[in-house]
Structures are given as structure tokens and as C-alpha cells.
Design a protein around this ligand. Sequence first.
Ligand code: MG
Length: 250
Amino acid sequence: MIELKSQREINIIRQNGSIVASTLSYLKEKIKPGIKTIELDCWAEELIRSKNAIPAFKGYRGFPGNICVSVNEEVVHGIPGKRVLREGDIVSVDVGVLKDGFYADGARTFPVGEVSPEAKKLMEVTRNSLEAGIAQARSGNRIGDISFAVQSLVESNGYSVVRELTGHGIGRRMHEDELNVPNFGVPGTGMLLKNGMTMAIEPMVNAGTYMIKTLKDNWTVVTGDGMLSAHFEHTIAITSNGGDILTLEG
Ligand code: MG
């Protein structure tokens, strides 16, 4: 059963989502050539805890970081560490927080210094595909309408969507497994969307093949062909007018 959230509960998620958003904005200002990915993790933890929230990924199924930091061909779930960011890299940062019993989850891909036109376009298309999915996240539609909107925007630009990983319901648990939000699908199919549903929509877009693999650290997901990948994610609530984005700065 999908738990429908009350407006009060949605506003708690929104409060937590604003912590996610301000963490991502804070890190955006810090990202430049020469910094290590572990530094982003430390800055994120400091900021999240200063808001009396908990970094939700730390210890999740044993994940060692406070946030996920995935560089270039890394798709998601990169472990922050000694890797140094270099001019021209793109870096995907995924942040989850828990406070007052509810989770919020969001991600963005940032350029490191000047990046190639190809990398810029990949990030822009991924961000646009998230917006397209959110526009379909309205009551009366079905999950497949969101999925199809993401997929068609991505594929019309010559890129591919990762298929093995999906968005998810979110609320009192970070992943409400009753609800999956694939980034590919058929309009008019899948679960009916209702006001009060909350979910994370998160296109993972690859420049080349949609195939992925997991590194020996058992976490880092990389593209099958070593080409670039980008990731944008918002936590949203279903409304009659489309997704109400909960991971925005307050
Ligand atoms: Mg997520």
C-alpha cells in the first residue's frame, strides 16, 4: 500500500528538501579543480548537521559516505574519497536527509571548471528530462506517463536512460519499495497517481549505452562503455497540476 501524505507531512518533507537543496547549492560553490570528493562529503555533513538533520545515506546498507559523489562515467552511488576533481570533469552529487521522521532526496550534476560542449548538453538534457517527468506527475496520470516523458526527451537527444535503477516512493522511509519510478516506459500504464503521493524522480542519463556495471567496491555504478553520465533528482508531491517540487531552497 502506498501511504498518502497529509499536507502537514508534505510540508515536513519540503522543510527537509530545502536542506537538501541548500546543501547542493553550497557544494556547487565549492566545486572546482583540485578539491577531493571527500571534502564535499565533509562540507555536506557539516551543513546538514547544522540544520539538526541527519545525512540519510550514511550507513544505508553500509554505505560509507554522507553523500554520493559520482564523477564522469560514474552514474550514481560513488563513494567520496581521495579522488581529485579536475578541470573538465562533471560531478554528480546526491544528497539525502532525515529529519522529524521524514526523508528528502535530491541530486544534481555540476561542471568542474570549463567542461566540453558535449558534457554541457548532457547535463542540460538530463535536467530537462527531470522537468518533463515532473510535469507529468499529476493526479489522474500514471507512472508510465512520467517514465515516457523522461525517456522520450532523453532519446530524442541521442542519449540513453539507465534502466536498472529507478526513482522511488519516499516518506517515512527513504525508499518506499511499493513505488518505482522507471525512467523509461509506456504512457497510460503503471500505478495511478493520486494527490498525497510523494516520490523521488531521478533520471540517470548516459551519453552512450544504457548498460551499467558496478565496481568492485560494490557501490559505484559506472557506464558500460566508459562514456559520461549525468543525474538530476527532485523529491516531489503529486498534485492536480503536476509535481510540487519539495527539494527547493526555502
Ligand atoms: Mg533517490
